[in-house]
Design a protein around this ligand. Structure first.
Ligand code: PAF
Length: 293
């Protein structure tokens, strides 16, 4: 595996690759969720490129940019073990010059959910992903469904900006008790870690409620999820919403979920961590930990 830090180096080594290239962009501090994305990219393509870059423009004031966990050596070892050929680890100044003033904004899809609570976040994500796509020039890029809104935003920008890149979404990888894997789980102490299971429990409870009676209102489903999440002390819901799976428009809470189905998405503060998770209520639970809840 080659580790490169500059765009010129990356373009040079990428240019030498023959066959298809899969790409997994990351913020680093890699865990089994990232490894699943990398394996999927390797299933689809001849080569794998991974980037590790803690992108400052997607963090808002007061967020955890400086504290975001970093472990470049550990990340490099994991990438090597999985079969990554090029690891791109640029410095901040190399990606954003002092006079950087071009931004990518995806309107509409970013109005609600995390977009509403983290102003500028998706502008930062869309901009860095566009920049990375331009320099990596992948055939396929793989993202996790845990960041449901991010995946929708990236699909839209690829379509709108005519990137010839296939975007693949991979199911959320979970711990045995259902908690979605995330680099931010490390902010949880032991007690909070136990309480964090309530996100998955709440979503699964709402999914089961829907499966038992699809005619109940969206508000009733949200109540089921809210009761579980708030049943744990110290959890503070940032948002809990039921949205259309493609447009991400909020569904009318007074009526049942429509025929297109729905995603319940949530963000919850627990101590220093802000955790996100989501689940399609109109689909069977994925194999794995959620079925045991
Ligand atoms: O999901 C992430 O890790 C980041 O938002 C991404 C896509 C790497 C952009 O910085």
């Amino acid at each position: 595996m080659q580790r490169v830090e500059t765009i010129d180096q990356l373009r040079r080594v990428r240019g030498r690759l023959e066959g298809t290239v899969g790409f997994v962009p990351t913020l680093g501090f890699l865990h089994k969720g990232h490894l699943a994305l990398m394996r999927r990219a390797l299933d689809e393509c001849d080569h794998l490129i991974v980037s590790v870059f803690v992108n400052p423009t997607q963090f808002g004031p007061g967020e955890d940019l400086e504290d975001y966990p970093r472990d470049l050596e550990g990340d490099a070892a994991k990438c090597r073990d999985v079969g990554c050929e090029i690891l791109f680890t640029p410095e901040r100044d190399h990606i954003y010059a002092d006079n950087h003033c071009s931004w990518v904004e995806v309107k509409g899809l970013t109005d609600g959910l995390c977009g509403a609570r983290r102003p500028g976040h998706f502008r930062g994500v869309a901009t860095i992903v566009t920049k990375l796509f331009n320099v990596v020039d992948p055939d396929v890029a793989v993202f996790g469904r845990k960041d449901y809104q991010q995946l929708a935003v990236i699909r839209k920008l690829v379509c709108d900006l005519n990137f010839d890149i296939e975007i693949i979404g991979v199911d959320t990888v979970r711990e045995d008790d259902g908690l979605a894997t995330s680099s931010r789980n490390r902010y949880l102490d032991d007690q909070q870690r136990c309480q964090a299971t309530s996100l998955a429990e709440g979503l699964v409870a709402a999914q089961r409620a829907y499966q038992q009676n699809p005619d109940q209102s969206v508000a009733e489903l949200l109540d089921v999820a809210r009761e579980r999440i708030e049943g744990q002390p110290h959890t503070e819901i940032d948002y809990l919403e039921c949205v259309h799976p493609v447009t991400l428009q909020r569904l009318d809470e007074a009526v049942p979920v429509g025929e297109d189905g729905a995603v319940i998405a949530t963000a919850v503060f627990l101590g220093d961590a802000r955790l996100i998770d989501n689940l399609r209520v109109d689909q069977p639970l994925p194999e794995g930990p959620l079925r045991r809840l």
